[in-house]
Design a protein around this ligand. Sequence first.
Ligand code: CP
Ligand code: NVA
Length: 306
Amino acid sequence: MSGRHYLQFKDLAREELDYLFERTRWIKDKFKRYETYHPLHDRTLVMIFEKASTRTRLSFEAGMQQLGGTAIYLNTRDSQLGRGEPVEDAAEVISRMSDVVMIRTFEQEIIERFASHSRVPVINGLTNEYHPCQILADIYTFIEHRGPIQGKTVAWIGDSNNVCNTWLQAAEVLDFNVHVSTPPGYEVEPERAGLYGTEHYEEFKDPMDAARGADLVTTDVWTSMGFEAENEARLRDFHDWQVDADMMKVAAPDAVFMHCLPAHRGEEVSAEVIDGPHSVVWDEAENRLHAQKALLEFLLLGRIKP
Ligand code: CP
Ligand code: NVA
């Protein structure tokens, strides 16, 4: 029995996401009141990292412990995973010793191969293509600050990377719009993004046009992990795709600014914006913890009746 996996955002249906957002609120409130909640007593999460992480590792590890379980950290440098053991073999073994697995890796295909040989649920902790846990937390953060996201407009400024692709999937599932502006040559690839169609996003040449009237403005690093060889060219190509105060001025007056972090002030975002009044980046980072606790509970125990 492998149960459900969460490999990309659209693996969850809209009403399941609504449930998860409600559950996130409940779990967060309980946590803030210092009330013990151990539904995952004796359960073990294995976390496999092929790329660096601060937030994802911390939020999964702390979250699992707060739910009464245990988290084990593996990376490719000091396990057999980096020495050529087939992904399928690793999945067979790791999933016999644990209850749920989280993986941060390169190609989406790797996590799909792992999941197809896993006896337990597998969660995508970031691949080159997607970052579904991030967008769970981001949308929960939007709901906390501004209410339902349905019908709203999100402006994505910068690289059409894993985080952008996940916003685009989320727009399809939750029925909102994304205005995307990337430099030429870095446009959205709908197939790679795993989209059903093009109805929920629009591409803009000028980032100011993408931001105009948006309820949420967001961006990410110009060079994602695994693309470091392109860094110099990207610094040049993305120069005009910085979210700055002028851009926030054309967004809706109560627009929020989000960034998955880590951020590079002076590159994809100005210090004035990320440290300014529109920014909700610290709530966004904290909500990784609460949203993922709700996800772990859901994947391991199903729906909890109120
Ligand atoms: N946003 C995010 O996933 O951060 P980390 O790379 O620190 O995990
Ligand atoms: N797009 C970034 C996100 C980091 C959390 C990367 O893949 O490096």
